[in-house]
Design a protein around this ligand. Sequence first.
Ligand SMILES: [Fe+2]
Length: 378
Amino acid sequence: MSIKKLIECDDFVIIYGKKFHYVWLYNNSCVWKSNPLSKGFQLHIKEGSVIPKIPKPLSIKIDEANDEEQLIIEWNEEADQKSIFSISWLLSNAYDPEPELLHDQKVLWDKVWLDEHPQISYDFRAERDLWMNQLSQLGFTLLRNIDFQNLETFAQSIGPLTLYANYDPIMTIKYIPTSVSATDSNNFLRLHTDWSFMESSLLVTIQYCLENSVVGGESILVDGFRVCNDFCQDYPEYGKILSEFPVEFWHFTEPEFEYLFSQKKTIIKQNHKGEVTEICFSDKDCKILVNFNQTEQFYKAYATLSKYIHNPKYYYQYKMQPGDCFLMQNWRIIHGRQSFQPNSGYRELKTLYIDWQYFMASKRFKQHKNLYTPEHWV
Ligand SMILES: [Fe+2]
């Protein structure tokens, strides 16, 4: 059965099976006249009564012009007002049942899934869309063959590097026997997300391998969304506790910088549909500060989540080679490291961060650059 091109209803029209409200069409038509990309919300609802009147069409039809189907609407609001939409533009901007968000197709993975889908690395010169899509779907990607001298240029081709206090934007991770930091030790590094103590942890962590000739020291990555989904399904009460009661993450910088960062936030963040949208997990920075009655349950919930996170069935374990570079969504991927024998070789990684918004903005710009005009700068 072929789908009907156009069905008129009281408050909306159905075009090739997608519903569009008249008020939406009216509003968007003002933008469409000059450019099909909206610069912002411009509501045109006729005033005159307590409840503004929603525009209605006088006539509505689909015609063909220049080999392209167009929706043509004459409005009864203003005598000479006519709106013309490209049907392909309308369908690509449809919001029925909901707007399609860029990169919303996530794959929640565990070890079994990754074993069945082993292609997770790309040469860093590969088409950016390839690894960007993987980064969006899996929360991480692995790029290979980057020379250290090209690392900063490559990272800055995505976006500006995020600065942490007064540290160098490219930080070094290597074994320092005298250090009290778990990161600089050779012990198993418990799984964590970075920057938990900052307001926004929506960053991409770039972890680069300069050298890794030690015995052990495999990187561990875990899909925090997959773990939290399983955890919340198995222990809904614990999931509720960890998404409702905030903890305090706080962190002293090295003494010469004299900062103490602190943020109150929940360990699990969910959207209105109950989907996990962010996980913030860092034993070393976390202070549990719930009320007396909740404390014991909170500890049980936290310990159970930690047990899930550290279950090898969720691990992607990989020994980084010189020139390898992990890109990880810090609000989703929880990372750590196996212990290593410090005297068996040398291990040095570099870490840098870029705000996720630049990844999205760069991708979006490439998709729409043919529509880019000076009027969009303002
Ligand atoms: Fe880290």
